[in-house]
Design a protein around this ligand. Structure first.
Ligand SMILES: [Zn+2]
Length: 355
């Protein structure tokens, strides 16, 4: 018979006494459930004494297990302590600033090594924040803090709560929520560095093969070369997308304008405002149809927001229907055709990001 034992530090522990078991053993399931199995001839008291010697181990294991589920990354105890110090330095000040800005009042702020959620707000309006917030970009840390601050007004996820959160995020609750979920899918963005060049060229080769298979005459002339990618990296314009820790996609983002965009045939660009231009998106074959190109375009919007740029321009091959349909879905307008230096045409798209 299985019994549940309430341990003061571990909570429910499932006790499993079995004839078929020859020794006492302890396991932690991915759900965090703790199981203590022991033979029929061993007393429950003895099994519980064994459990007592292993409490710290169980806590560590449980942390590891849920941490893997949440971040997909294993942190050492030292790394966790470093995140905790960083969190204590950054998060209480952030709460104070955002609360003042939007007129929220709250009690205490505590930092915990919580993996199951980013934060919570008690009925006394004390906030508890996960030190793993430090692994997120600043705008998402702020989003989580605002979420918890909104709970000081609405202690639930009612329509009123979401309306308030949407208001304090400038109408971006849905979008930021989506990004936060993306983070939980183990998607990471970072700048490319020189040692990434080999990996990036593999992504480029994957993309070239994929275009060939789709009969798209894009990148079939050896473009982009490792020289071009190298210079993207050196000018800080190359980005890497990691999925589950693997280099999965790359792209180039520039705020310095694009010479070939100065002439356009057709309707013309939406405006002449400063814009971001995205080039050289390449996704590995392993990661096709996982929505990575979409995540890249959302991420670009985020970088634009940080720089106060409200326009994005991009071009793609006439036959690259997947890209064109994605661009339309994401609110890009087809503006006409541009001519590359090689003389080839590309379909030109432009998006004004709403603020
Ligand atoms: Zn909530």
């Amino acid at each position: 018979m299985d019994k549940v034992y309430k341990h003061p530090r571990l909570g429910d522990v499932l006790l499993r006494q079995r004839w078929t078991t020859s020794r006492i053993s302890l396991s932690v399931k991915p759900s965090g459930e703790v199981r203590l199995s022991y033979p029929r001839l061993v007393s429950t008291a003895k099994a519980l004494r064994f459990l007592e010697t292993k409490v710290d181990w169980v806590l560590r294991m449980r942390d590891k297990v849920s941490q893997r589920a949440m971040a997909g990354v294993d942190y050492s105890l030292e790394q966790i302590e470093a995140l905790r110090r960083e969190a204590k330095r950054v998060l209480p000040a952030m709460v104070e600033r955002l609360a003042a800005q939007y007129g929220f009042s709250y009690g205490r702020v505590t930092i915990r090594a919580t993996r199951s959620k980013w934060g919570c707000c008690t009925s006394q309006n004390n906030l508890s924040l996960s030190l793993f917030l430090m692994t997120l970009p600043t705008h998402l840390q702020e989003f989580v803090v605002l979420h918890e601050l909104c709970h000081t007004v609405h202690h639930n996820h009612s329509a009123e709560f979401h309306a308030l959160l949407d208001r304090v995020t400038g109408g971006r609750e849905k979008e930021l929520n989506r990004q936060l979920k993306g983070i939980r899918k183990n998607l990471r963005f970072r700048k490319g560095v020189e040692s990434d060049l080999g990996h990036i060229m593999e992504l480029v080769a994957d993309a070239q093969n994929w275009f060939a298979k789709q009969n798209i005459d894009q990148w079939q002339d050896g473009y982009p070369t490792d020289n071009i990618i190298s210079s993207d990296i050196l000018s800080n314009k190359n980005y890497i997308v990691e999925l589950d820790g693997d280099t999965s996609a790359t792209f180039m983002l520039s705020f310095d304008g694009e010479p070939t965009y100065s002439v356009i045939e057709g309707k013309g660009w939406l405006n002449n405002n400063p814009y971001a231009v995205v080039h050289r998106i390449a996704v590995t074959d392993r990661c096709r149809r996982k929505g990575i190109a979409k995540e890249i375009l959302y991420y670009v919007e985020e970088l634009c927001a940080e720089r106060g740029v409200a326009d994005i321009r991009i071009d793609t091959h006439r036959d690259n229907l997947a890209m064109q349909s994605l661009l339309k879905k994401m609110g890009y307008s087809h503006c006409g055709r541009i001519t590359l230096i090689s003389g080839a045409y590309r379909e030109a798209y432009h998006k004004e990001i709403k603020r």
